[in-house]
Design a protein around this ligand. Sequence first.
Ligand SMILES: *Cc1c(COP(=O)(O)O)cnc(C)c1O
Length: 354
Amino acid sequence: METKTMNIKVEKAKTSKIDQVDFENLSFGTVFTDHMLICRYKKGSWKVPEIIPYQPLTLDPSAKIFHYGQSIFEGMKAYKDDNDDVWLFRPLDNCRRLNISAKRMAIPELPEEYFMDGLIALLKLEKDWIPKTPGSSLYIRPFIFASGTGFHASPADEYTFIIAFAPSGAYFSGKVKVLIEEKYSRSANGGVGFAKAGGNYAGQFYPTQLAIEKGYNQVIWTDDNTHEFIEEAGAMNIFVRINDTLITAPTSDRILDGITRKSILDIAKDEGITVEVRKITVSEIVEAAKDGSLKEMFGAGTAAVISPIAAFGFRDVDYDLPQLSHSYASLLKKRITDIQYNRAEDKFGWRFKV
Ligand SMILES: *Cc1c(COP(=O)(O)O)cnc(C)c1O
């Protein structure tokens, strides 16, 4: 990796908010650091990013983000180890995925060095904000939206790229009970499900609210065509363990290509676990739950890493999953977080030193 980074202008905040933050009791994504990176696309090119104090934005009411939803984001984390060294996990994958999302949403692609050098410069400036309490990390939110103006339904001519940081505590989801959804869909063939596009999440909120009203925490999305195959768990990829085989759905137009998902696949294989990447039917899960071969289900994504599912509902019947003392979920979570926090050898070459 190139160590020389470009010159990024820094306007420092006059005062720091860091003393007001209780780093022992952080929730997720609600406290923001002193600075942010901002980069503008104008007249056909991305301008050099700058670091400025964290602040509200001024936007024209006709900015296309408000009307046509051209908006994409990424989610990643920075980790501090016992020696106060700072690490990222597969950051280039986030950078490339942001550009995959950009392309699909007719947003101009961002040069990789603007993303990487901008992120590194901001991390170096905000190093003291990276929490060290076990399980906590600095959540990183890079995003691009259409700041260009006009009511015409067409791509904007101006865009804004921002990176903001939120020091965040461990993500405890508690006992997650999920509902297998057969009416609503989060994505469709030819659609934008594979992109981290803002509207995908807006479209999930209502069906999720309905599931919450019925006593569930989250929705398991099935394919839009037949609703016979499970695809994702909320905004996470989904894994199912039947007997000792770990199964996840193949990525597609409809399924986001998660970095946690693909890392789990590699670690599981390395552990000697039998892994299958294939379509998973709702009926096989129900059958497996009935005959006791369904051992685990969990969601996988950057925020929670792995979120075990305690029970699922399908057609008004609830099915409990067993409580295992040696689950794949806890084994895989330990292995991936040990790599992320520099507590274990990184045989896959995923860690990135800042
Ligand atoms: C972000 C996201 C994931 C998880 O991706 P990671 O790279 O592992 O964080 C999975 N599904 C959806 C819909 C997502 O938005």
